[in-house]
Every structure is written in C-alpha cells, then in structure tokens.
Design a protein around this ligand. Sequence first.
Ligand SMILES: Cc1cc2nc3c(=O)[nH]c(=O)nc-3n(C[C@H](O)[C@H](O)[C@H](O)COP(=O)(O)OP(=O)(O)OC[C@H]3O[C@@H](n4cnc5c(N)ncnc54)[C@H](O)[C@@H]3O)c2cc1C
Length: 301
Amino acid sequence: MSLFNLLVSKTIMHVPGPIVGYFAKGYIAGSALSDAVQVSRQLNQQGAMVTLDILGEFITTKGQATFFKQECLTMLETLQQEGLEGNLSLKPTQMGLTLDKEFAFENIREIVKKASELNNFVRIDMEDISCTDDTLELYRSLRAEFPGHVGTVLQAYLRRNLTDIDELANDKMNIRLCKGIYNEPRMAAYKDGSIINRNFVESLDRLFHHGAYVGIATHDEKLVFESLRLIDKYGLKPDQYEFQMLLGVDEQLRQIILDGGHRLRIYVPYGKDWMPYSRRRLKENPSIAKHALLQMLRKPQ
Ligand SMILES: Cc1cc2nc3c(=O)[nH]c(=O)nc-3n(C[C@H](O)[C@H](O)[C@H](O)COP(=O)(O)OP(=O)(O)OC[C@H]3O[C@@H](n4cnc5c(N)ncnc54)[C@H](O)[C@@H]3O)c2cc1C
C-alpha cells in the first residue's frame, strides 16, 4: 500500500465530514429517494439492474427504525410505480436489531410481505459478527414464509462460512456472496487476502452445488474470472445467477460483465445518513481519495 493510501486508511475515521463527503459523493446517489430513482433509471438504460439502499445503521431509537421501515415500504412502491428493474437491500440494525430483536424481525417481515405482494424482493444485508446468527435466523424464517421474495448475504472472510452454507442448504437459497467489510477479530475471520479469495471461490462452488441463486458481489477481477469458470462448470444460464457491484466502483469491469451477457445489479445507496458508509468505502479503497484529489487539481481554475 502506498504511503498516501496508508495515511487515508489510518486517518479516515477522524477526517471532517465535509471532506469525506467530497471524496465519497460518487458512491451515493444523493440524499433523496428521487435521486436514487434518477440514478436507477440511468443504470437500467445501461442494462444494469439495481438494489436500493437507504443509508442508516445501528440506530438508537425505535422511532428511527420505524422511519426506515416506512421508507423501505415507499421504496418498494416507488420501484413499481416507476417501472424500474430493481429491488431493495436493508440492514437489520437499521430496523432495530440491536434494540429489540422481535421488533426488528416484525419490521423486516412487514417489508418482505409488501415485497411479496408487489412480486419484488428484499435482500437482508449482513453486518458485523454480532448480527450473523440473528440475521440467518431471520432469513430462515422469512424464506419459509415468503419463498422467492427474500435473500441474505454471506461473507467469505468468515471462518464459519462454509458451515453456514451447508446449514442453509435444506431449502432453496438466495445469497449475495461477498468478501465482507467489517473489521472482525482473527478468531472469527480470515485476515489474509489470498485465503479470503480461496474461501470465496470455495463458497461459490458450494452454493452452486446446493442449487442456490447467487448474487456474486465483487469488483475483484480474479474472483470474477473464477466465478465465470464455476458458472461454466455448472452449466448455468444467465437467469440462474447475477453479478453485483457498488455504485461508483470500476465501471469498466461493470461493462465487461454486461458485454459478456451476464446479469448485473448495482447497489444504489441514498439518504442523509451517508457518513459511516462513506468512511467504510474510503477506508477500503483509499486510492479513491487520490483520484478525486488529482481530478480537483486538474480542474481549470
Ligand atoms: C453489491 C455489494 C453488496 C455488498 N454487501 C455487503 C454486505 O451486506 N456485507 C458486507 O460485509 N459487505 C458487503 N459488501 C462489501 C464487500 O464485502 C467488500 O468489502 C467489497 O465489495 C470489496 O471487496 P471486493 O470483492 O470488491 O474486492 P477488493 O479486493 O476489495 O477490491 C477489488 C478491486 O476493486 C476495486 N474496489 C473495491 N472496492 C472499491 C471501492 N470501495 N472503491 C473503489 N474501488 C474499489 C479496487 O480496484 C480493488 O483493487 C458488498 C459489496 C457489494 C459489491
């Protein structure tokens, strides 16, 4: 890692909000649902599907959770009214998981029920390890009640990942597979990038083996390559999997995947509570700050 990247990565949690906002704006559609709709329409026109996400996590009051639940219900209605090719992603802690598990489960159930009435789909994002068991429990019960309308996320950095896959395999799975973004203790998660990559490939193989529909969420071209190999090995048709990427990341790879005839979904976050998401993105890839800085310096005065 270059000195600049190391510096950004180590200090990003202390950088003032407006500066983070400047560097991170390419990752976020805007502050309102209408911004997300506009970005989604453009992405649909380019051949990509979307998943909308209202920013906000680890909330502290039930009132906030109720606000986010209402926003998710509105998002589902808006997707239908606007005729967009898109679904919804949400975070359990945004629905109150850390305040009151039953309350959070009921909020998420209401959203998935609405998605099933509208023939749409909800992806339950995976947060840090303190949420993993509850999130998988919630997913199990909702997929039994609303089959085909809910999925969750598994993280290849977790040592338990292959076991989780096997334990979920008693019913049809819809899984987004990613590396994982939280800073987990070594006892729970692999720290070595090459091991995480091997576990990603092993996990994808295991998921396909169990007949899962997988959202392959990565910008790592090595993993895209390995995924294509597995898609070929299992003889999958384009409607049996999809690739997923974050808004604002590696648009060239996005185009390569689309040109290859694969389905691709872009994660489109929006909302006023953009700070934690933006800091995570910058910490994960400090070179973004470098590119934004260079662009700023190149701008004609
Ligand atoms: C659609 C989607 C949903 C996700 N949902 C979750 C979730 O629910 N839970 C969770 O823990 N994690 C989630 N993640 C994050 C994921 O776990 C990884 O942290 C993230 O995707 C980076 O890993 P990578 O596979 O892209 O590989 P990396 O090795 O991190 O990146 C590969 C290359 O992609 C580029 N790149 C990667 N990230 C960025 C970035 N932010 N900005 C610019 N370039 C970048 C860089 O060029 C890098 O060299 C999600 C990711 C995606 C794409």
